[in-house]
Ligand binder design. Structure first.
Ligand code: GAL
Length: 545
């Protein structure tokens, strides 16, 4: 009788336990054993952290793969078969997860399962089964960024996993003469290793190097593998791209921010093998590549430090050549972001591409926000569907817009009874006409008193008391650079239009998102831009209680 392989494996284990000779099998290579162990760790985590239909079957597949791996008689071939069976079982179990709509809201600092601020700027992601692992710069200590990892099934609820690369601990120079920016994460299917590539930099950006760190398990601790200029080339802002055929690339801004370098990596993802210069002289950074069908798309930004600028798109059918001329996409400040990653959400019904960008806040970099919104690629273009909030379903891969008036106070009785002024053709009443393309502009400076900054403001009489719990100030979306953008702001309210109380103020008005206040009621609202510059706004809303 011919025993199935799994039965042989189990039988051999039983024999081994009874003191049978271990020399029965050929043992296979260490590499293959390490690889299967790594996949087993991922599968065990998946089984532990999820509860979908078919869990028992999945657990059995894990047990069988464990037996094959533990069996001294198993060779590479048996382990390969066990691995394939394990992957198939993972996939089948994953297919049983229920579809669920998740609402993603932009604009705030995220908090993790410990109630602490998520610190993962310039983020990189990998998806293991149903879980996204995100790594990014921990800028709690602004100029000593090291690397945190978080996990999430919905890009909304974040669990702190580990500080995977730690100042002083992982590398003696990290935290003093070295820092890490834009860390990105690979899982190498053939070695079973997790590999981080990042910008490995000196405090004054003179090192211009890339760093590589490795770990056998996703959440680390990662160890330093190497650091230096890839193939001897100066390298700064960076990203990675894993092609469908498993070829991995490191892409970075090279030669003092002049060109982009596309470095093809070795099979283990640890070394650059060769490189191609892209966009020579175009001075692009923050590159992020996505693939749709046979076409590659790259988003990138200009080099303006922490200040936003328009994202540009280019596309090609061959990664190393034929990139189309760069053209602008999104709005002139990429909706106040710079690209960090593009996530491809492939579901049972659709595929959605999510843009992940940094809304840098300088000064006060640790407060920089991570922004997510859907983007869609046509043959030659990319639509930036920036929204303060949207719904996504990770099982089906679909997204849907949210009615942005939902939850907002009725504005039908509103009147502006006072304002600092308006530019002809851009009246202040545009802020509640429901049309994002019509805007209020006030270019005049209205000093409050000798030597004080100019204030641009308007006062709304809502006609009757409004029970509010926050507001949303929507900026004009067509302006070049950050023209007219309100950063320093104040919102005051009043019951009678005479006695005012400040309910919200700050140096950094969140861009086109929600600002919470204590829930209160008032009839008069005075919104001021305190930045001593011309001001514009497309819409103003109060969030209803
Ligand atoms: C940006 C870059 C960031 C960081 C910053 C420093 O242009 O994208 O990652 O390096 O400059 O000023």
């Amino acid at each position: 009788m011919r025993l199935s392989r799994n039965v042989i494996a189990a039988a051999t284990i039983a024999m081994a336990c009874q003191g049978a000779v271990w020399a029965l099998g050929n043992g296979g290579s260490d590499a293959q054993q390490k690889r299967l162990e790594s996949h087993l760790r991922i599968a065990r985590d998946f089984a532990t952290n999820s509860d979908y239909a078919g869990k028992e079957t999945f657990r059995k597949a894990i047990t069988l793969a464990e037996q094959v791996n533990a069996n001294p008689a198993s060779g590479d071939k048996e382990r390969q078969q066990a691995l394939e069976a394990l992957k198939k079982a993972s996939k089948e179990y994953l297919a049983n997860r229920p579809g669920e709509w998740v609402r993603i809201k932009n604009g705030k600092m995220w908090t993790d399962d410990r109630g602490r601020e998520v610190q993962a700027h310039g983020a990189g992601f990998i998806l293991l089964n149903d879980t996204y692992y995100m790594i990014g710069e921990d800028r709690s200590d602004k100029w000593r960024p090291d690397v945190n990892m978080y996990s999430s099934k919905d890009l909304k609820n974040w669990k702190f996993e580990n500080k995977i690369i730690a100042n002083e601990k992982t590398h003696p120079e990290l935290g003093s003469t070295r820092m890490i920016e834009r860390p990105k994460l690979f899982f190498n299917d053939s070695t079973g290793q997790f590999v981080v590539w990042c910008h490995w930099e000196a405090r004054d950006y003179s090192a211009s190097e890339a760093g590589v760190f490795v770990s056998d398990s996703v959440a680390g601790d990662y160890t330093f593998h190497s650091g230096g200029r890839p193939l001897g080339i100066k390298s700064r802002d960076c990203n990675i791209f894993l092609d469908d055929d498993g070829t991995a690339y490191f892409i970075s801004t090279i030669e003092e921010n002049t060109d982009l370098g596309l470095f093809r990596l070795s099979d283990d993802y640890l070394e650059p093998v060769d490189y191609t210069v892209l966009f020579p002289g175009d001075r692009r950074e923050a590159p992020a590549i996505a693939r749709k069908g046979d076409r590659y798309y790259m988003l990138s930004s200009a080099c303006t430090g922490w200040d936003p600028n328009p994202a540009n798109l280019s596309y090609t059918d061959t990664l190393t050549k034929g990139w189309s001329p760069l053209h602008k996409v999104g709005n002139p400040i990429a909706f106040d972001t710079q690209a960090a990653s593009i996530i491809k959400v492939e579901g049972s019904k659709d595929t959605t591409y999510l843009y992940i960008g940094d809304r840098w806040q300088d000064p006060n970099l640790p407060e920089s926000k991570t922004i997510i919104f859907p983007i869609s690629f046509t043959d030659t273009d990319c639509a930036f569907n920036y929204v303060p909030e949207f719904d996504i379903n990770f099982a089906t891969g679909e997204w849907r817009p949210v009615d942005l008036r939902e939850g907002m106070a009725d504005r039908s009785g509103w009147k502006v009874i006072e304002s600092s002024g308006e530019k002809a053709g851009n009246p202040v009443g545009n802020i509640f006409d429901g049309d994002l393309t019509t805007i209020w502009i006030d270019e005049a400076a209205t000093p409050t008193a000798e030597g004080e900054d100019a204030i641009q403001y308007f006062v709304i009489d809502a006609g009757k008391p409004v029970a509010y719990k926050g507001f949303r100030a929507t900026p004009r979306s067509d302006a070049g650079s950050s023209e007219g953008l309100v950063r320093k702001y104040r919102l005051e309210t009043s019951a009678d239009g005479k006695k005012w109380a400040t309910v919200s103020e700050g140096d950094w008005l969140p861009y086109w998102t929600y600002v919470d206040t204590d829930p209160e009621s008032a009839r008069y609202f005075r919104f001021s831009s305190l930045g001593n510059h011309s001001t514009s706004l497309a819409e103003f809303d109060l969030i209803a209680q």
